[in-house]
Design a protein around this ligand. Structure first.
Ligand code: ADP
Ligand code: MG
Length: 340
């Protein structure tokens, strides 16, 4: 990597790499760098979706509170989530691990958890890599999925007046992490189970992602991994729009409210900046809102939550009904800020 990358944000580094490697793309590449997955042509109707994500000990997880079985599940889940974000069906996985110890105690439990989540989503491990690292544990998973070309949802495609939706509670995962860090998770874990699950064992929205994509009604979609403020800013930047979101409309769980009081923390920080919710974030025309809500309810028994709208211009604005403040890219960035 060029030396000048070290002072840039994660987003700027990716942009830099994209500029170096982005062109000319092979004819089979429908989408390269810049979305939740790369989209590669399979045949005249279908595409492969390919995604890779890395988890690093001390950055993404802490074995002091993350049971290895759940870490295995989460390692699969965060990658499956990127396939869900484009409306695909996950098919194959590769698992690459670097660790300092030749027979780590966590390995079998970790693999059992990883196997369980792959099986849950009908995904088969077909390869990977195993190497020694000098320091921490690092795990990279690649997942290959499939989708019909005309049903794939990209981050591009949001248009003015679209409604912005999320698929479920926001902020729970960040609160779960805060509870683990504070030690409160050990005192009365039952009280915080939903928040702890959101952090330790997130569920990828694969089934919902396919329903949304197959509906043909969704204009733009991605998963929320870096916090609403950053991920909606990605949709806006890719679509050439802005967005306004309304605090009062955020889906907030009862446990999140309790945790915010207990830890004396503002809810909005967890929601906008915390990340790792792995809910889907998508836009739909107001004319199709009712149809989509009914379809999702019928096919999954679930509700979806409207949190704002797409506007002209650029940037993401948070409104409390009186004031508007810009919050674009205030979520997690590996090189710019520390997750709170
Ligand atoms: P997500 O949070 O959905 O996993 P990322 O923010 O990690 O997405 O990545 C955004 C885009 O940048 C993706 O298309 C990803 O494949 C690409 N990307 C990230 N890091 C690199 C890299 N080192 N080389 C090439 N592409 C990268
Ligand atoms: Mg993603």
């Amino acid at each position: 990597m060029p030396k000048d990358c070290t002072r840039k944000s994660e987003r700027e580094i990716i942009e830099h790499i994209k500029n170096l490697f982005g062109f000319p793309a092979d004819k089979q590449v429908i989408k390269g760098i810049g979305d939740d997955c790369a989209v590669l042509r399979k045949d005249n109707k279908n595409c492969f979706l390919v995604t890779a994500d890395t988890l690093v000990e001390g950055v993404h997880f802490d074995l002091a509170w993350h049971a290895p079985f759940l870490l295995g599940r989460k390692t699969g889940a965060i990658n499956l989530s990127d396939i869900a974000a484009m409306g695909g069906q996950p098919r194959f996985a590769l698992l690459s691990m670097a660790f300092p110890d030749s027979a780590p105690a966590w390995l079998d439990e970790f693999l059992a958890g990883f196997a369980e989540i792959l099986q849950q989503y009908d995904t088969h491990l077909v390869g990977g890599d195993t190497v020694k690292s000098s320091h921490d544990l690092s795990i990279t998973v690649t997942i290959i999925g499939e989708a019909a070309e005309d049903r794939i949802c990209y981050r591009t495609g949001a248009v003015k007046d679209d409604l912005v939706f999320v698929s479920g509670f926001l902020g729970d995962a960040a609160a779960g992490l805060a509870l683990c860090r504070s030690g409160l998770s050990r005192e009365n874990s039952g009280q915080w189970q939903q928040l702890l699950n959101a952090h330790l064992d997130p569920e990828p929205q694969v089934i919902l992602g396919k329903v949304l994509a197959e509906s043909g009604l969704v204009h733009a979609m991605m998963d929320i991994s870096d916090g609403l403020a950053t991920d909606l800013a990605h949709i806006c930047a890719e679509s050439g729009t802005g967005a306004e979101i309304f605090k009062a409309d955020f889906p907030v769980s009862a446990q999140l409210n309790s945790a915010a009081q207990k830890l004396k923390t503002a809810l909005s920080g967890w929601i906008l900046k915390g990340g790792e919710d792995y809910q889907l974030l998508f836009s739909v025309s107001p004319d199709d809102e009712r149809r989509l809500r009914n379809l999702v309810l019928k096919k999954t028994g679930r509700e979806i939550f409207c949190i704002g709208k797409i506007i002209t211009g650029q940037g993401v604005y948070l409104s409390d009904g009186f004031n508007r403040e810009e919050v674009s890219y205030q979520g997690y960035d590996h090189f710019c800020n520390i997750k709170s």
